[in-house]
Design a protein around this ligand. Sequence first.
Ligand code: NAD
Length: 308
Amino acid sequence: MNIVITGGAGFIGSALALRLKSSHDVTVVDAFTDYYDISLKRKRADLLLDHGIQVKEGDVHLPWFKEWCKNQKFDALFHLAALPGVPKSLEDPHRYIQEDIGMTVTVLEAVREAGIPRFFFASSSSVYGEQSGPVREKDATGDVVSPYAAAKYGAESFCRSYQHLYGFDVTIFRFFTVYGPMGRPDMALDRFAKQALSGEPLSLFGDPVRDFTYIDDITQGMEQALEHGAVGTYNLGAGLPTRLSEIAERLAARYGLELVREEKRPGDVSLTWSDCSAAEAAFGYRPCVTINQGLKQVLSWHEQQIFA
Ligand SMILES: NC(=O)c1ccc[n+]([C@@H]2O[C@H](COP(=O)([O-])OP(=O)(O)OC[C@H]3O[C@@H](n4cnc5c(N)ncnc54)[C@H](O)[C@@H]3O)[C@@H](O)[C@H]2O)c1
């Protein structure tokens, strides 16, 4: 298949491109935005180029994208480009409307006009709001607690309305706290690994419990959904929540560091916990990387960066 990934120099997009490249023609598009260190995005893009993946630099929210898609004859589009992050969404909610809802509509329009038959969207566990236990896809009510989550919920609704109106296949993935090597520097595990290896105090906001999901499990799930022609909305999580303070305490003890406990940040939920039985039934999704195995990979990647 001829596949395009928006946000393909991002954490999840680049890992997905590397996974799909052995069976498909893959092109990634990325605007190299400055939400976090651009040099990390460049590093991922260089890795993709080394693997023969095409990397196109450009803003998919601009008119060129539609015209370009029309000429490329793509069989599937994965829309991962976004403005992520809960805390920033409280500072600048309008940007989240533009970039997480508006950009998704622009990309849906491009898919419609170019006649791309399959569209995959990266949504988030945040659409469930405050949880009290494992959640299934039908549980999302839009009772959300941050502008980021509201934007993802809104974008999901646009995706479904386009499927209804224009008949192309839409698959929505709700990711649960994805982590791994080359991860997003604003995410807790990545931040902890960097702080631990550079001997800095670890900072913990509140006492969140998270369904940390390793990047390889996520990209495997996405590939399985593509291969099985799965349509609909699916949780992609680990199904096994971990208290972040337990990880912080272990790292602080192991590296002899101070653990600074700060207030819970507004907009953060206390718990995320996926029930992934729908993804398992539809396309055989079975996450298998434990938090200990995954964390070792993250620490090892950060160590390599220090001594590179
Ligand atoms: N990482 C997680 O735990 C997680 C959890 C839930 C949902 N998600 C969603 O998954 C997707 C990917 O997340 P990620 O962690 O890889 O984030 P990321 O920030 O690493 O990747 C997003 C990429 O999109 C690019 N981008 C932004 N605006 C663009 C534009 N206008 N045109 C082209 N490219 C643009 C950025 O430069 C970036 O490289 C996002 O939609 C995110 O909201 C991620």
